[in-house]
Design a protein around this ligand. Sequence first.
Ligand code: G
Ligand code: G
Ligand code: MN
Ligand code: NA
Length: 256
Amino acid sequence: IELERELGGALAAGQLRLVYQPVVDLQTEQVVGFEALLRWQHPTLGAIGPDRFVPVAEDSGHIVPIGRWVLAEATATAARWQRAHPRATPLSMAVNVSARQLAGGTLVEHVAEALASSGIAPSSLVLEVTETALVTDPDAVAERLTELRALGTRLALDDFGTGYSSLSYLRQFDVDVLKIDRSFVDLLDGSADDAAIVHGLVQLGRTLRLEVVAEGVETEAQRDRLRAERCDLAQGWLFAKPLEADEAELLLLAQA
Ligand code: G
Ligand code: G
Ligand code: MN
Ligand code: NA
C-alpha cells in the first residue's frame, strides 16, 4: 500500500529513470541495440527494483502513465543514438510491456505517439512481452498485437520457456524475436542433457525464422556455446550490465 501511494508521485518527482542493457551480435560482439529497464530511486526508501514495483504499478494502474513515459523516453534516446551512430541496421531499442498495458486501451496510441515524436523507424522498436501476458486475455491481446504490427513495431517473446504457455502462441501471435530466459542459459554449464534444451530452443527460433536472443550470458563458456549454436544475439553481464544512458553512449563511442 505504501509503495503504491509513493509510486503515484514517482514519475512527476523525477524518481524514475531508464537504464540500458546492450544487446550484442554474437558473431561480431558489436552492440546492435539495447533493452530499456526501469529504475526507481526513492528519496528515503532508496533504490527499488522493478521486480518489486512493476507488479504494484500493474495492480494499481500506474503502469499506464509510467509505460507511456518509458516508451517516450526510450524512443527519444534511441533516436539520439541512431543519429550519432548510424549503422546499416539502425540500433534497436527494446521496451518491456506488461500484461496490463497490453490489455488496456491506450498502448497502441502511446506507441504511435512515441514513434511520431522520436521519428525512429518503427522496426527499430521491439516490444517485449511475456508468455503469461499473452495468455491472460488472448483475444484482446491478439487484437492489440495486430494494431501494433500495423504500426510496424517488432514483437519479442521475453523469458521464453518459463511461462505458462504453449508453442502454438509463437505462431498465433506472429512473434519476431525469441528471448531465451537466463535460467536456460545457466543450464549451459551443466550436463549435456541440460545443454540440449538450449540447443532445442535456438533451433526452434531459427526454424521459425525468428531472431534469437540469449539472456543472462555471464561466462565465456556460455557465449562460446551459444555462438556455436548460431544464436543471433545476446545480453548479459559478460558483455555489460544495464548502463546509465551516458555510460551506454561511451560504449557506442568506443566501438565506433
Ligand atoms: O532490470 P531487472 O532485470 O531488475 O528487471 C526485472 C523485471 O522488471 C524484468 O522482468 C523486466 O521485464 C521488468 N521491467 C523492467 N523495466 C520495465 C518496464 O519499463 N516496463 C515493464 N512493464 N516492466 C519492466
Ligand atoms: O525479464 P527481463 O528479461 O526483462 O529482465 C531483465 C533483467 O535481467 C534485468 O533486471 C537485468 O538486470 C537482469 N540481467 C541482465 N543480465 C543479467 C545477467 O547476466 N545475469 C543476471 N543474473 N541477471 C541479468
Ligand atoms: Mn525483457
Ligand atoms: Na527476460
